[in-house]
Design a binder for this molecule. Structure first.
Ligand code: AMP
Length: 220
């Protein structure tokens, strides 16, 4: 079986991170989340770290070169036989075009693009309720208010700075103008798989598995 590479994208709050983590686990894929990379990068106390933090806190996209460089290095380190799931990348047309080249250079030809479609009205509410584990980065979409630690690794749970309603609205705006046009880009490339994101988590997951196709999933 050729190693499968999956891009998961959709508006912020659509549950793509949760689905990406579940898929990586089920299909044995490497998981690459550019948002996690950016959050770690923004903790650095140097000039570039501080600059990246500004983009992060305002919901703006970090410059393409920083992200593309990270993706290229990450893929170069992985064996060609391991499939990868990309969460939060590419985010605009330039990244998608550069990514096409990176995939060709690293001989990763089996690509599917999962687009999780969601109505905007539920998104702000979903984001303001979620928490993330500082250690293992697991996402908890709607944990009880008194849940402070990750049940898996006991890491501290935190609420993302950019999940505040004002920043969420800005992220949605950026998504609509920069990332949404990738729907047409990948439709033209014949790689787009559309998923209904307005369903419970498990149903979204099952729809993704069934649309990926049995030939791409030895565990389905
Ligand atoms: P996410 O966790 O995917 O929602 O990403 C959080 C933030 O990290 C975004 O709002 C951007 O500021 C930055 N970021 C993540 N991925 C990218 C990307 N592919 N290109 C540019 N900025 C990104």
């Amino acid at each position: 079986m050729k190693s499968l590479n999956i891009i998961l994208f959709g508006p912020p709050g659509t549950g793509k991170g949760t689905q990406a983590q579940k898929l990586a686990h089920r299909l044995g894929l490497e998981y690459i989340a550019t948002g996690d990379f950016v959050r770690d990068f923004a903790k650095k106390n140097d000039k570039l770290g501080k600059e990246v933090k500004k983009y992060l806190d305002s919901g703006e996209l970090v410059p393409n070169e920083i992200i593309n460089d990270y993706i290229r290095k990450k893929l170069n380190k992985l064996p060609k036989s391991s499939g990868v799931i990309f969460d939060g990348f590419p985010r605009n047309r330039k990244q998608a075009e550069d990514f096409k080249k990176i995939l060709q250079d690293t001989k990763r030809n089996n690509l599917k693009v999962i687009y999780i479609k969601s109505s905007e009205k539920a998104l702000v509410e979903r984001l303001s309720n979620r928490k993330i584990c500082k250690e293992c980065k697991k996402i908890f979409p709607n944990p009880p208010a008194d849940m402070k630690k990750c049940p898996q690794c006991r890491g501290k749970l935190f609420i993302r700075n950019d999940d505040r309603p004002m920043v969420v609205r800005q992220r949605l705006h950026i998504y609509n103008i920069r990332t949404k046009p990738l729907v047409d880009y990948y439709k033209e490339e014949g790689k787009l798989v559309e998923i209904n994101g307005d369903q419970p988590i498990e149903e979204v997951f099952e729809e993704i598995l069934s649309k990926i196709g049995k030939d791409n999933c030895s565990k389905c």
